[in-house]
Design a protein around this ligand. Structure first.
Ligand SMILES: [Zn+2]
Length: 302
């Protein structure tokens, strides 16, 4: 699709989101003092963030959108420029909440995109999950962990941003949790080494309670968590997709030929990576499950 057509579509999408937001806020009944504030306000925040990030026509504009969204949440991002022989990029790292003496939980996602498509599912979707979790942990910190967020540049060029963080003079987290591909689906796919990881157990319980599936294991496509593993740093990664996409996707990455190509392979790194592929309702439930899992995991680690 020509560039100007896609731009118009993006304008319409942002406008729709704005209209939907204003309709929500004016029609929604005010909670009485005895009922807790509804969390519905966040239902469109993730989608709005995805729109804002993927409206950026290049990686710099996408990064600037994230800086702006963090700032609106009262979170200051620190720019971490880096360079390799062939590329230069800039990561964002931002402290969110928690005591300075507490161990660090680092949540991250890559914000860069390939040249083709709008980089919506890959990976404005994961970046927006990290933004949403940042807001929630800013408002209600974990008890036993400091939370910081990171947004990696140049994942698509070979995990360059995450690699720059790990090999630079930066704090080693107690755990790094990556988010890549989070646009639709009924199942949280968790890359985790070994069995019985406390966060995997907590995610299983939180997902079950919300009717979302969990598939946890070591087989998983390459993304930024690998830069951490390479340094021997603890890291896991989450994706959201449909359960029946996982096996065929793994087949693709092991150079097999699945009988049916999973949706994710028809979308990412192609012109199809656009807003109209998303399913925000399911994503919201998945974000709720992940947040609950972090809180349960944190509570169990005094
Ligand atoms: Zn990606």
């Amino acid at each position: 699709m020509p560039e100007h057509t896609r731009h118009t579509m993006r304008m319409i999408a942002s406008l729709c989101t704005l209209l939907a937001l204003s309709a929500c806020s004016s029609l929604e009944p005010r909670p009485s003092s005895s009922t807790p504030a509804p969390v519905i306000a966040t239902a469109s925040a993730w989608h709005d963030d995805v729109v804002r990030i993927s409206n950026g026509s290049d990686n710099t504009q996408r990064r600037e959108a994230i800086v702006h969204l963090l700032s609106a949440a009262g979170i200051d991002a620190i720019e971490h420029p880096f360079a390799t022989e062939r590329h230069a990029g800039t990561n964002l790292v931002a402290p969110v909440s928690g005591d300075t003496i507490s161990p660090l939980l680092l949540l991250g996602a890559h914000f860069d995109k390939v040249d083709v498509g709008d980089g919506v599912t890959d990976n404005a979707s994961g970046s927006a999950v990290v933004l949403e979790l940042a807001r929630r942990f800013r408002q209600s910190p974990l008890q036993h962990h400091r939370v910081a967020v990171a947004f990696w540049d140049l994942e698509e060029k070979g995990l360059l941003g995450a690699n720059a963080y790990v090999t630079g003079d930066n704090e080693k987290p107690a755990l790094y949790v990556n988010f890549d591909i989070f646009g639709w689906g009924d199942t949280l796919w968790m890359m985790v080494q070994g069995s019985g990881h406390p966060l995997a157990l907590a995610t299983d319980a939180a997902a079950q309670a919300r009717g979302i599936g969990l598939s946890a294991g070591e087989k998983y496509p390459p993304t930024d968590h690998l830069a951490f593993h390479k340094a021997g740093w603890p890291a896991v990664s989450f994706s959201l997709l449909d359960a029946d996409e996982i096996e065929p996707l793994l087949q693709v990455f092991s150079r097999g030929k699945p009988a049916r190509m999973p949706k994710v392979m028809e979308v990412i790194h192609s012109q199809n990576d656009r807003l109209d592929q998303l399913a925000p309702d399911q994503v919201e439930t998945a974000i709720d499950a992940v947040e609950a899992a972090f809180r349960a995991w944190d509570a169990g680690r005094r």
